[in-house]
Design a protein around this ligand. Structure first.
Ligand code: G6Q
Length: 547
């Protein structure tokens, strides 16, 4: 940590301890313009951050921290295609996949846009071919079921978006996403489709991932069993940076969609990894999705930090995590079609910033990524909101809601919106002991009952949240949201001086799994070379299989 960053953090902590626990409702009472002054806009999106326990001085200190950490210069290096992913020696230029400016973008000094545009055109042409029935299965039947086989970054983004944008999916087309090496995943998917009408897309940057290769082999065997070996080229496509491996599998060369290694897995849905989504919603809607991402990029690059949504999102997160010691962050979409959005963000945020060392390899100076979790509202209200309102931990929340439904009933939507706004108000305002006692007295309860019950009905309040309010969940609105969160993660990585673009933490488990698999497969294999803790489990499992 540089001296300037350390000083900025010290100033923030001093401010926090002087101000003590801030009463958000009192901040509103003192400043009737607080809502107006504490929101930012991008297109039809309103980012309302008025309900955080930060006053104007805290916001100034947070933007000062960002400047001390060199956020603007680091952002410019990211967009300039410098090797910001320093442990893998490469750029992180996923923004090029959604660059609609007509201007070059460079990775390591070389313009990548010709390749990006060629890839985009190939995806669009293939998507149109499938949607229009020009490309068909081996029996001549048009495709009705698109099955994406991938995991992690090659699954979560397209799967989340296909669900979010289901009203935009072409009638008669269904997109499925198979990821887990649990054979139930592919078996349940295959059980519901007609092989003659199924197109399988093997999505794997490396084309070596265990889960994806196992599921791809199962899909291949299924196609061969139902339609014969000769049908394979008609029923498979692949997305990978390793076209040779896809060809070996039996995918026709003109159905292998390549991309470059400066696209990280969890940042890849904007390019060919979005193929299943592009087929489902069509190239025009897919372009609208890219447009939303591009809008967010332009905003992140050019808006001053004080009005810059990803910067504010990131800095408020730093306030909660590093200044107030809050270890979790909830994302609650009041939108059933965003049901997978929290899971998508879990990977984006926790795989990017769940790190303990700085870019230079020294121990991180403080806490990094919080635990990200969530579920759609209103369902969550009837489940875990109890803890948000009355639990011992303060968990900041992102509420997301659309002004209008895309194609749902207007009355339902009014109820949904009212619930969303009411929950953030309840978290902020709370209900004091005095208020609770007055309410119980008004209900006619005797004094003894009031004394016993009142503490249970107190809401501490002062619980922070942001609200993201956009007009409707269109492709463009979704692209904007995703890219804003991507940049928020980047902002925090700069403050914490960590590399958000690698993921070495997933390697050890993979290695151990590979070493362990023979003993799991072969019940006769001796267990003496294994860790005693693991040998015990393998033996117990063997015993259960041979009672
Ligand atoms: C994402 C990660 C990881 C990756 C999967 C799938 O950033 O790198 O989630 O996307 O492990 O990898 P492949 O696409 O190579 O199969």
């Amino acid at each position: 940590m540089t001296a300037a960053v350390a000083a900025a953090f010290a100033a923030l902590r001093a401010h926090h301890s002087r101000a003590g626990a801030r009463d958000i409702a009192a901040l509103f009472a003192r400043d009737p313009m607080r809502f107006e002054r504490r929101h930012a806009r991008l297109g039809d999106l309103l980012f309302d951050y008025s309900k955080h326990d930060v006053d104007d001085a805290a916001i100034a200190l947070l933007t000062g921290l960002a400047r001390a950490a060199g956020l603007e210069a680091r952002r410019d290096a990211l967009f300039a295609g410098e090797a910001v992913n320093n442990t893998e020696g490469r750029a992180a230029l996923h923004m090029a996949l959604r660059n609609l400016s007509g201007h070059p973008m460079r990775a390591g000094g070389i313009d990548v846009m010709d390749g990006v545009l060629a890839g985009r055109a190939a995806v669009s042409a293939f998507a149109e071919g499938v949607r229009g029935g020009r490309l068909r299965g081996s029996t001549g039947a048009a495709f009705t079921d698109i099955v994406n086989i991938g995991i992690g970054g090659s699954d979560l983004g397209p799967a989340m978006a296909a669900r979010a944008l289901s009203p935009f999916v072409q009638k008669g087309l269904r997109a499925h996403f198979v990821s887990n090496v649990d054979g139930a995943d592919i078996a349940d998917t295959l059980a519901g489709i007609d092989p003659a009408r199924a197109l399988f897309i093997i999505s794997s940057k490396t084309f070596t991932t265990q889960e994806t290769m196992a599921n791809a082999a199962a899909a291949r065997a299924y196609v061969v069993g139902a339609l014969g070996e000769a049908a394979v080229p008609d029923h498979f496509a692949a997305v990978s940076t390793k076209p040779g491996l896809a060809a070996k599998f039996g995918v026709r060369a003109d159905r292998v969609f390549g991309f470059e290694d400066w696209v990280g897995g969890r940042y890849s849905m904007w390019g060919p990894i979005g193929l299943a989504l592009a087929i489902a919603i069509g190239p025009l809607h897919f372009r609208e999705f890219l447009q939303g991402g591009f809008d967010a990029d332009e905003h992140f690059r050019h808006a001053p930090l004080e009005a810059n949504i990803p910067a504010l999102m990131g800095l408020l997160g730093v306030w909660h995590r590093n200044v107030c010691g809050r270890g979790a962050h909830a994302v609650i979409p009041y939108d059933q079609r965003l049901a997978r959005f929290p899971a998508y963000l879990q990977q984006l945020d926790m795989e990017s910033n769940g790190k303990s060392v700085t870019r230079g390899g020294a121990p991180a100076a403080g806490a990094t990524a919080p635990v990200i979790w969530g579920e759609p509202g209103t369902n969550g209200q009837h489940a875990f909101f109890q803890l948000l309102h009355q639990g011992t931990d303060i968990i900041p929340v992102d509420f997301l809601v659309a002004a209008e439904p895309v194609d749902a009933d207007a009355h339902h939507h009014n109820l949904l919106v009212a619930n969303c706004f009411a929950q953030s108000e309840a978290m902020m305002r709370g209900r004091s002991l005095v208020e609770v006692k007055a309410l119980l007295a008004a209900q006619g309860l005797p004094a003894e009952a009031i004394a016993a019950l009142a503490p249970h009905k107190v809401f501490q309040g002062g619980r922070p949240s942001s609200t993201f309010l956009h007009r409707a969940l269109t492709p463009r609105a979704l692209g904007r949201l995703v890219a804003l969160y991507e940049h928020k993660v980047f902002v925090q990585s700069v403050i914490w001086d960590i590399n958000p673009f690698d993921q070495w933490g997933v390697e050890l488990g993979k290695e151990l799994c590979n070493a362990l698999t023979p003993a799991v497969i072969d019940p006769a294999m001796p267990l003496d070379g294994l860790e005693p803790a693991t040998a015990g489990l393998v033996a117990a499992r063997r015993a259960l299989m041979n009672p």
